[in-house]
Design a protein around this ligand. Structure first.
Ligand SMILES: Cc1ncc(COP(=O)(O)O)c(C=O)c1O
Length: 396
């Protein structure tokens, strides 16, 4: 009897599966609005010049491919943490680990909560990145949703969010998107973050901040306002940081996990347990991508070059948002799409329903996630009129 005969087929990943379908589509005008990858104005995902420069330096200087420590490179941990804590006084307990991408950091956090706290329920925004509940559930943690998206106005349901957070039982954990919320593109304002931080502090709730798009919204410093505000309010945090997007290092798997605790000693103990989780999972992190990031962050000239390239990506995203909203308006679609210009990062929920999404895919080769989420970076000056025409048709 074959050992695997009774195994059923798992459903394909809803977002990565979309890319497969896109690739197979012969339509020459097809547009991929699906996967969360930055594309330039010619529809290409290319390696940053600064990454090439850092790789050149590494290639010449790297003496060895020896294992990294379990928690990864210490200088990398420090430099990546500083991207979040610039100008804020940090709590006495801090620990940083280099992880395989932001997902790796999330999974280490999930295992840590399952093994070292009392299997807390993790509260996440409705909606959230679809992998969030799966990662925490797979580690054996229950998940629940707090209100976030006001679909009627395509905006933040801040009152609902605050009311739900005020009812999160003590001992539970709250997951927040650090910036450029995926999939809505809607973030709380700095003043709203202060209120959120106060609720977490008053209710003594542990926070997880997932920050995967720092620098894609309003700026590197601006996009870390959530982390800084929570730290200023003395909320204890686990921050999962991804460099897939802002360094374009998707397939190198570069991320970090930072723990901020009000007590130095507990951070020390927690780090020892986090290392046990890493050691029994992937042993120690992959080196190359993180060394690229470290090389860039540690060098004034490379760092400046990175910030310029990042600013270029941000300007394109925010520019194409305005052009898209204006073109939809000019096409007389009969709906207000101005929310696109107020949202940040690559994603927005268009408000298109499943039937319209399906038609756009079948009739126009326009691929978006079933909930109507688009990656605006899929738009280019040449395909924007095609997309607008198709959307206007399904809305008419
Ligand atoms: C909100 C959010 N968190 C985490 C990640 C994971 O990033 P990584 O590719 O670094 O694992 C993503 C990637 O799409 C994301 O959108």
């Amino acid at each position: 009897m074959p050992h695997f005969a009774a195994i059923s087929v798992a459903p394909p990943d809803p977002i990565l599966g979309l890319t497969e379908a896109f690739k197979a589509d012969p339509n020459p005008n097809k547009i991929n609005f699906g996967v969360g990858v930055y594309l330039d104005d010619k529809g290409r995902n290319t390696t940053l010049q600064v990454v090439k420069a850092a790789e050149q330096r590494l290639w010449e200087a790297e003496p060895s491919k020896n294992y990294l420590p379990i928690a990864g490179d210490a200088q990398y941990g420090e430099l990546t943490r500083q991207l979040l804590t610039e100008g804020v006084s940090v709590p006495p307990g801090q620990a940083s680990l280099q992880t395989p991408g932001g997902t790796g950091a999330l999974r280490v956090v999930a295992d840590f909560l399952a093994h070292n706290l009392d299997r807390p329920t993790v509260w996440m925004p409705g909606p959230t990145w679809p992998n969030h509940p799966k990662v925490f559930n797979t580690a054996g943690l229950p998940t629940k949703t707090y209100r976030y998206f006001d679909s009627a106005h395509n905006s933040l349901d801040f009152e609902g969010m605050l009311a739900d957070l005020q009812n999160v039982p003590q001992g539970d954990v709250v997951l927040l998107h650090g910036c450029c919320h995926n999939p809505t593109g809607i973030d709380p304002t700095p003043a709203q973050w202060q209120q959120i931080a106060q609720v977490l502090k008053d209710r003594d709730l542990l926070g997880i901040v997932d920050i995967a798009y720092q620098g894609f919204g309003d700026g590197l410093h601006e996009d870390a306002v959530a982390v800084r505000t929570l730290l200023e309010a003395h909320v204890e945090l686990l921050v999962c940081q991804s460099f897939s997007k802002n360094f374009g290092l998707y397939n190198e798997r570069v991320g970090a996990l930072h723990l901020f605790s009000s007590e130095g000693d507990s951070a020390h103990r927690a780090l020892s347990q986090l290392k046990v989780i890493v050691r029994t999972n992937y042993s120690n992190p992959p080196a190359h991508g993180a060394l690229v990031v470290r090389t860039i962050l540690a060098d004034d000239q490379l760092r400046q070059q990175w910030q310029q390239e990042l600013a270029g990506m941000r300007a394109r995203i925010n520019g194409i948002r305005s052009q898209f909203a204006e073109a939809l308006n000019a096409a007389g679609v009969g709906r207000d799409f101005s929310f696109l210009t107020r949202q940040r990062g690559m994603f927005s929920l268009t408000g298109l329903n499943l039937e319209q999404v399906d038609r756009l895919r079948r009739e126009d080769g326009l691929y978006m996630v079933g909930n109507g989420r688009i990656n605006v970076a899929g738009l280019t000056p040449s395909n924007l009129p095609i997309a607008v025409k198709a959307i206007a048709r399904v809305l008419s």
